[in-house]
Design a protein around this ligand. Sequence first.
Ligand code: PLP
Length: 370
Amino acid sequence: MKDFLINNSKVVFKENLTHSILSQSNSYNFHTSKNYYNKTSLLELKSLSKEIGVKSISIKDESNRFGLNSFKVLGSTFAIDKILDKQPKIETFCTATDGNHGKGLAWAAQNINKKVIVYVPKDTTLERIKEIEKYNANVYQLNLNYEDTCVYAYQESKKNNWCLVQDASWDNYEEIPALIMSGYLTHFKEIECFTNNMTKSKYDIIFLQCGVGSWAASCIWYYMQEFKNNRPKIVLIEPDEACGVYESFANGKRCSPRTNFNTIMAGLNCGIPSKSAWKIIQQGCDAVLKISDTDTKKAIKKLYYPKGGDPKIVSGESGAAGLAGLLKVINNKELYELKSYLNLNKDSKILLFNTEGDTDENSFKKIISN
Ligand SMILES: Cc1ncc(COP(=O)(O)O)c(C=O)c1O
């Protein structure tokens, strides 16, 4: 099996609830009106782009989003605000998470004095659990993988009358994940905000790391709306050991990957893709590429020990996965077909996202010192 798949079919879906929630999103106005708001930096990696032979590499650095070390809080802040507009009496929110989403939800709920129950899968590190507990959430670790932890959180929420704020959708659970995806739109707007007269994106190719796919789908949706056929090529990056989107494409239907979920990329260590994300991904993603833990470790070091005048960037295991994907395509002759399909060459303007900083500090220290 190849490490990549090209999506030639581009299935087009009818409007649905997720589309209409995304279309109505005012998350940018919402976030920018808050006193905790900060716009994260868009950094240029000029030396790296020369080294690998592309025109430019821009990287949106989410390691300091609202002081929380990852972009995920954009989703939960927006979603719970909209949920409470409709149901102001909600007292307790619940979620399943491998770290960053739970931390973002705990922070957002603490700001408005609401309770949070968080379930984490068996592989979540103590460091990540402590990060969530900092914001007063009750965290319970289960002896389950991520996908089954989501099912458990769903059942407990039903039983206890909690509001489940999950960043993945499934049958009859679509509205809240769509609100979370709407929240993510803020940072795409920060990058290409005032595009009124622009018919073409500033970028040719975007590499997006993918867990359940909600974040990637919101990016795809944004670029499809803004630039239609002129949008950049979009490549999704998944861990070898948790490649739900890759296997769903390979099987022609949404499915759980038959892998062992043994990866350090905690934020991407998911099973079946989110139902509504999968539809958007089928429509607008150009290719999927699998990477290894070694690939992401190399990318973390590239960002932390830059050459020339490039800025030093602190990036976690999932945060560096987009760059890891780009480097894999550049450095691997076997990926020639993908490289030429993407038109990845000396004129390419690349967009990457550092979706997290050192969210597991111990692991980060080990990686950069090896
Ligand atoms: C740091 C980081 N990057 C990327 C992702 C991927 O987001 P999604 O699960 O929506 O695909 C996650 C998910 O938790 C994450 O924590």
